[in-house]
Ligand binder design. Structure first.
Ligand SMILES: [Mg+2]
Length: 232
């Protein structure tokens, strides 16, 4: 990656700038504490089963075989089924989950400082795979709508990362050629594959030091300070 070429930085939202995973787990913990019928299993078991089922449903959603409301319904229905818990409560759990999830949103460690620091030198935008209603709530709460010149949400655009179409749209909105754009994201399959395929520079946020599995991101960083050191 040639730093001098970079003019525009797009960021992924969930688990790159904002700690989605922690908020999801804390939201589930709240539900667990709120609903006595769940307390026949351990909270860790609930987190594990929900994560597995939700991941599978997101794959189906990305493939276009199910819609948003089906995903929202089935993630609790099937988790509770797998855990042997009375099916009656899944609708209630689903309806209160979002309220709890929202209260746990926070920045990833070091991301807030890095984001504001990089904004001194670069224009910025956000590309996120997610539901418009939820993602807009995050974007407003953390004021990305004020700090970024482009906000692209998969549900609004009509396709998800790593689809080339969403990166091409982002290239157009940035107003720079692909080799002047850097993407910062945590997912190998959505972010790294998508950005490299679009001809962008790629900085992979990899806090657990995982293998890139054959991909070649321009930067593989574990801590946001490393990103500032390279680009700041
Ligand atoms: Mg992510």
């Amino acid at each position: 990656m040639q730093k001098e070429l970079i003019r525009y930085i797009y960021f992924d939202l969930d688990d790159t700038l904002l700690n989605h995973k922690k908020a999801e787990q804390n939201g589930l913990r709240d539900i667990y504490n709120k609903i006595p019928a769940l307390q026949v299993i351990s909270v860790d078991k609930l987190l594990e089963v929900y994560a597995r089922i939700n991941r599978g449903l997101w794959i189906e959603y990305a493939q276009g075989t199910i819609d948003r409301s089906t995903l929202h319904r089935r993630r609790f229905q099937e988790s509770f089924e797998a855990l042997g818990i009375d099916g009656e409560i899944n609708e209630y759990a689903g309806s209160i989950y979002m309220e709890y999830y929202r209260t746990h949103w926070e920045w990833i460690k070091g991301a807030k400082y890095a984001f504001s620091k990089l904004q001194e030198h670069y224009k910025t935008g956000v590309i996120t795979n997610g539901f418009a209603e939820t993602q807009w709530m995050k974007i407003r709460q953390f004021e990305f709508d004020k700090s970024c010149s482009a906000i692209i949400i998969s549900e609004e655009f009509g396709s998800m990362k790593p689809d080339l179409a969403i990166f091409n749209e982002a290239t157009q909105q940035a107003g720079f050629a692909p080799d002047h754009i850097l993407y910062v994201g945590d997912s190998l399959s959505s972010d790294v594959d998508g950005a490299l395929n679009a001809g962008w520079n790629m900085a992979w946020y990899n806090p657990k030091s995982l293998s890139p599995e054959g991909r070649k991101p321009h930067l593989n960083f574990q801590d946001f300070q490393e990103l500032i050191d390279v680009l700041g």
